[in-house]
Design a protein around this ligand. Structure first.
Ligand SMILES: *Cc1c(COP(=O)(O)O)cnc(C)c1O
Length: 396
């Protein structure tokens, strides 16, 4: 049994570890959200968020989880009964589609196997068949956090354009923004949806939308009921650096600090760091003789390994939740659970946010020790393989 003699080791794909710089920023005294200092804070946060999302478009922030930001994107752009084309990449895509149904939209979901990304050819085919343009939006998850699969957003954009279809493109970047290459403007996205507690290295509590000019235009005729989520009053107040209602002031202190950290490191460097840790994690999983849930790139269209988490399939009938429990008890370490369809079948190693080589080796060491303690059939040597990947030296 471990004693909690150090910080809990939180290696789930969100919420992620909050760096001390961000925690200290959040600990500042709360200020008047109608005073001049607040406007400086908010305007700086909006600018830095635009830099991270690689956009010059409007940004709206909510005191909410990511689910709120999903709802905001839908209610601001769509009307009752509108068809929305979705793609079953995994648990989060399904949740989003259920949310769309409950709002009175008609999601049409292209089925998936929970191991692959969005097949752009399937999207193009469906849109071509929609000659009356009943589909008003294509809503996809960039990084499917339940499976560790990343979809090719530029290819989805190209599919919509190839079909000559006017649908909006809505993209969930909840677990990718700030960790993996993402470009709202260049990729032609209409609404980017994200939130605070994953790549942005904050506690849960801020949701956000980045809004293209085309999405703003759609908002003018969208008839779904909305009030709290309505973009327009927030955009109007936001121009001056204010909010329509009380904003999460201390979270914004934290967000400013986290965005500064990402920009100081350099976005390309941040992405390369995540790519490298993901490659080392896959090397460990392969050395253990275990299977990665994501299909190998090239074997399924639009599919690639996530750089922020790796979902690992348990061998045979072994229970992933039992392994996670053993790891929690012995090492005070949390790993991500398998969600809905892959519950108990996979565990997820988060390697995103405030994360370095030492954290990764600690995490992989704990997983390897846990596999041994829980009697899960595997080969030792995963950590050694990860070290070889990280150092470029095989040690032989
Ligand atoms: C975490 C997550 C969500 C849900 O966000 P909440 O903050 O829990 O509402 C949605 N989509 C993806 C891809 C996620 O990783």
């Amino acid at each position: 049994m471990s004693v909690a003699s150090s910080r809990h080791f939180l290696q789930i794909p969100g919420p992620t570890n909050v760096p001390d710089r961000v925690l200290h920023a959040i600990a500042n005294p709360t200020i008047d959200h109608r005073g001049p200092d607040f406007a400086d804070l908010a305007l700086e946060v909006f600018d830095k968020l635009r830099a991270v999302a690689r956009t010059s478009a409007d940004v709206v922030l909510y005191p909410s989880s990511g689910t709120g930001a999903w709802e905001a994107a839908l209610v601001n752009t769509l009307s009752p009964g509108d068809a929305v084309l979705m793609y079953e990449t995994g648990h989060f895509a399904e949740q989003w589609s259920e949310l769309a149904s409950s709002l009175g939209l008609r999601p049409e979901t292209i089925p998936g196997d929970w191991r692959s990304g969005v097949d752009p050819a399937a999207v193009e085919q469906r849109l071509r068949a929609d000659t009356e343009h009943r589909i008003k939006a294509v809503a996809v998850v960039h990084n499917e956090t339940s499976t560790g699969v990343v979809s090719d957003i530029p290819a989805v954009r190209a599919a919509i354009d190839a079909a000559g279809h006017p649908a909006l493109l809505l993209v969930d970047t909840i677990s990718s923004l700030g960790s993996m290459d993402y470009r709202h403007d260049e990729w032609g996205v209409d609404v980017t949806i994200s939130c605070s507690q994953k790549g942005l290295m904050l506690p849960p509590g801020i949701g956000l939308n980045v809004i293209s000019a085309k999405a703003l235009l759609a908002a003018q005729s969208a008839r779904l009921t909305k009030s709290y989520w309505d973009w327009q009053p927030l955009l109007t107040a936001g121009k001056q650096g204010y909010f329509r209602y009380t904003p999460p002031t201390n979270m914004l202190f934290g967000l400013r600090e986290a965005l500064s950290m990402l920009l100081e490191e350099g976005l390309d460097e941040v992405y390369a760091r995540h790519d490298r840790h993901a490659a080392a994690t896959r090397a460990a999983v392969r050395a253990w003789g275990l299977e990665i849930l994501c299909r190998a790139p090239g074997t399924a269209p639009g599919t690639d390994y996530s750089s922020v988490l790796t979902a690992v399939l348990m061998p045979g009938e072994h229970d992933a939740d039992h392994l996670r429990q053993v790891i929690l008890e012995h090492f005070d370490t949390s790993l991500g659970a398998g969600l809905s369809k892959v519950a108990k079948k996979v565990f997820r190693i988060g390697h995103l946010g405030a994360f370095n080589d030492a954290t990764l080796l600690g995490t992989l060491g704990v997983v390897e020790a846990g596999l041994r303690l829980a009697d899960v059939p595997h080969r030792p040597g995963g950590v050694t393989a990860a070290i070889a990947e990280l150092t470029g030296r095989s040690g032989e």
